[in-house]
Write a protein that binds this ligand. Structure first.
Ligand code: SF4
Length: 210
């Protein structure tokens, strides 16, 4: 079986996953309130892994990762257009939870489903050994990819980005905030992100993409 065949088998297994609907970890009350629709881009050739949080409703509806305002801002940070972004030779996109988790009582997206990463994440990473850089977006991805080296707050973790560009779990990790409009005030309060981190991010992306 080739690497591509193996990845395709994994892709199909993820696409068929219904665990959060059929066997939610925390019981009936925590059942995913809609049909699962896993959204991820696996690749045998991409050198950059975008480790996001979980799809929002718009991504759930379209089935295309970061096909929303957050994606537009992320593409701007990366310095790529949509064609480059959606080219699986450039980026693999693997969120911490593959399915839209629904909303909380305040209308905000719920955290990534806790069933997903233990079930799929290491297998997915093992299937893409060519990855050279992880872009860890938000606290959940940073905690997973940096382990005990992630700070308690996303801001502190991102502020230490030069340290985290060193080797973690065998891969350099660049921690980023979520590109959501909800983080616009965070960006204003942390200008170093766009003046210091984004230029380095764009250099790395240029060097690792076609
Ligand atoms: S979030 Fe992950 S574990 Fe849950 S149904 Fe979707 S693919 Fe399966």
């Amino acid at each position: 079986m080739t690497e591509s065949d193996r990845l395709e088998t994994l892709r199909q297994a993820i696409a068929a996953c219904r665990i959060c609907r059929d066997q939610p970890l925390k019981g009936e009350a925590d059942r995913l309130p809609h049909e699962p629709r896993p959204v991820a881009v696996l690749s045998t050739t991409a050198k950059i892994l975008i480790a996001g949080q979980a799809p929002g409703l718009r991504v759930h509806d379209s089935g295309q990762a970061f096909n929303d305002a957050s994606g537009n801002r992320l593409r701007q940070w990366l310095g790529v257009d949509r064609d480059q972004f959606y080219d699986a030779d450039n980026f693999a996109i693997v969120p911490m939870g593959f399915c839209f988790p629904g909303y909380d009582a305040h209308g905000s997206d719920l955290p990534p489903r806790r069933e997903c990463a233990p079930l799929w994440r290491q297998t997915v990473l093992d299937s893409m050994p060519q990855i050279e850089l992880v872009l860890a977006i938000g606290h959940y991805a940073q905690k997973w990819h940096l382990g005990g080296r992630a700070a308690k707050s996303m801001t502190d973790t991102a502020r230490d980005w030069r340290v985290h560009m060193g080797v973690n779990r065998g891969l350099p990790v660049l921690p980023l905030p979520h590109p959501s409009w909800r983080n616009t005030s965070w960006l204003k309060k942390n200008p170093w992100f766009e003046t210091a981190l984004v230029p380095v991010l764009q250099q790395r992306v240029k060097a690792l993409t076609s």
